[in-house]
Design a protein around this ligand. Structure first.
Ligand SMILES: [Fe+2]
Length: 303
């Protein structure tokens, strides 16, 4: 693994495809001070300020972090890292974690507008009770493997999920699967149905009032498979499409190569959204269950 000032970098213990990056306390202390210049309103209202906080972070790593994160995310063999402060002190609070997540994502690209929150990021709670219309907040259901951005026009090259806070939460681990580790990838990628256009809609809470059309599988520039899929939103137009989606869903959930990852508070998973799928296991029943997550999705800067 490479050496970068202020970081501890290791391979993740569950997978050689995932890089663990811990930000040392000395950098966190500096960032806490530097970030004080901007409140969350400034971060939300002024897109250029998001690049300023990103530069603070990159400068503290001698401008090596931005290149490293981009290399990992674009490398087909890896495409995923877990990043967060090495130590969680009182000052590493929710505001700080929003700013840190903003900084990290602006070293990678430009976030998409999140229609659910009306901002470039979304914070949401998972609790014991839920009356929403999507699996995202249903604590005791499996959130099946999927990619993000399947029902929007914007390109979603990457996604970040940061754990802001958690109490009385057992299980509910993150589940990840890399396409090249998936036993059924060749079979389904080579099925012509997967290359057909499907119609994708979304429930009311997503605040997206249009539908899009795209295939489930495409090829990247080197001929490798890419996937854009989530179980809840494709609208099959005939039996063949319906049965293909069922087969795909069963093959993903039945994979023996899914990774079960425990994310610590303050840490974020960042993954390439074209060849990594993500999901969540059900939580253990607890009336006081509370987890808060932050998500940011976006595109790479192409230059
Ligand atoms: Fe997702």
């Amino acid at each position: 693994m490479i050496n970068i000032t202020g970081l501890k970098i290791n391979k993740n213990s569950s997978s050689k495809r995932i890089v663990d990056i811990k930000i040392k306390e000395e950098i966190i202390i500096e960032l806490i001070n530097l970030f004080k210049r901007f409140d969350l309103t400034a971060i939300e209202y002024k897109p250029f300020t998001r690049f300023t906080v990103a530069k603070y972070l990159d400068d503290l790593t001698k401008n090596e972090l931005s290149k490293y994160l981009n290399d990992i995310l674009r490398d087909r063999k890896t495409g995923c890292f877990i990043i967060g402060p090495e130590d969680i002190t009182n000052e590493v609070d929710d505001n700080f974690l929003v700013k840190l997540s903003t900084a990290i994502t602006h070293l990678i690209g430009i976030p998409n507008h999140d229609s659910m929150s009306g901002k470039f990021y979304a914070r949401f709670h998972v609790k014991h009770e839920d009356k929403s219309d999507s699996y995202l907040r249903k604590a005791y259901n499996n959130l099946d493997l999927h990619t993000d951005g399947t029902y929007v026009k914007e390109i979603t090259d990457w996604l970040m999920m940061t754990k802001i806070h958690e109490k009385n939460a057992k299980e509910g681990e993150s589940v990840m699967l890399h396409l090249d580790d998936w036993e059924s990838c060749d079979e389904l990628f080579n099925d012509p149905i997967g290359r057909e256009n499907f119609i994708w809609g979304s429930p009311k809470s997503k605040n997206v009032d249009y539908k899009v059309m795209h295939p489930i599988f495409t090829e990247d520039n080197n001929g490798f498979p890419q996937i854009s899929y989530i179980d809840q939103f494709p609208e099959p137009q005939n039996m063949i499409q319906g049965l293909f989606l069922q087969k795909l869903s069963d093959a993903l959930e039945g994979s023996k190569n899914k990774l079960i990852l425990k994310l610590s508070i303050g840490s974020a998973i960042v993954a390439n959204n074209h060849f990594w799928l993500h999901g969540r296991r059900p939580f253990k029943l607890n009336k006081n269950l509370s987890r808060e997550l932050l998500r940011i999705r976006g595109s790479f800067i192409t230059n």
